[in-house]
Design a protein around this ligand. Structure first.
Ligand code: F6R
Length: 261
């Protein structure tokens, strides 16, 4: 069962997550971070960047692996996750660009890109902390409903719902690619700590299914229930369809101070 932390707003979530990452980096300055894109992790990245700058931290040894990438966007497209990771993560955190990996969505090499990405994660010694958002369909990464619970990095066809959800980043629905390459659910399960954030009522159903529903490929994020260390951080709206909020609040309020998230 994941730990569920209900917070008043995204800033509080961002602070908690930035704190957990800074704790990790204090123990391991070349830690390996799994990097989500989309709107959800932005407060965490921004807080991390400002706290690192305020403390004069050198993050040049940190390694990063993005969760996913669209297939077929031209090099340099502003909505490619390669561009987004550079703008939102690598540059503001002063990471070393060559240590930040994004799976390649180049159609020319797509057939081997999944295996190459898995090998790069293995060579780095695995991911220490994997940030996750959740789609309204219940995906993590771009593991759409029906994804194998043991899948590794590979190409998935996006559901129409996911393409509609992500059309806000593009000019129109037609511009949203049909396919993406994504870490698999099995890849995500290999990370040592999962931190999933969700904000807003639109995520409430997916969160209830992921945390309290049956573990099922029909709701891929439910696979986090199989992980030994999964932390779910949600605002009140995203928590609104959870059944056991009283317990989650009680457990968080009574958490021993020596335990980090
Ligand atoms: C992004 C990713 C997706 C998003 C999810 C939520 O790298 O893997 O699973 O986390 O679609 O997107 P936002 O945060 O934009 O609501």
């Amino acid at each position: 069962m994941p730990e569920v932390i209900i917070v008043p707003d995204q800033e509080t979530a961002g602070n908690l997550v930035a704190g957990a990452i800074l704790d990790l980096l204090g123990r391991k300055s070349d830690a390996v971070l799994g990097l989500a894109t989309g709107s959800t992790p932005l407060p965490a990245y921004r807080t991390l960047a400002s706290r690192a700058a305020a403390d004069g931290l050198d993050l040049s040894r940190v390694r990063g692996f993005a969760l996913d990438e669209y297939v077929g966007l031209p090099e340099g497209h502003p909505q490619s996750y390669k561009s987004v990771i550079r703008t939102e993560v690598t540059v503001p955190l002063n990471l070393t660009p060559s240590l930040v990996h994004v799976p390649s969505g180049d159609p020319e090499t797509i057939q081997t890109a999944g295996d190459d990405f898995e090998q790069a994660i293995t060579d780095a010694g695995g991911i220490d902390l994997q940030l996750l958002g959740i789609g309204t369909v219940g995906h993590i990464g771009f593991n759409e409903p029906g994804s194998s619970l043991s899948s590794l990095t590979r190409v998935k066809t996006l559901t129409m719902q996911t393409r509609r959800d992500n059309a806000r980043f593009f000019g129109s629905l037609d511009e949203v690619p049909t396919q993406a390459i994504t870490q698999g659910l099995g890849t995500i399960l290999r990370s040592r700590h999962l931190v999933l954030m969700a904000f807003g009522e639109g995520k409430a159903g997916a969160i209830a299914g992921a945390v309290e529903g049956p573990v099922s490929a029909a709701l891929p994020a439910s696979v986090i229930q199989l992980h030994q260390r999964a932390t779910v951080i949600v605002d009140e709206d995203a928590a609104s369809r959870l059944a056991h909020t009283e317990y989650y609040r009680y457990a968080w309020a009574n958490k021993p101070s020596w335990q980090s998230i």
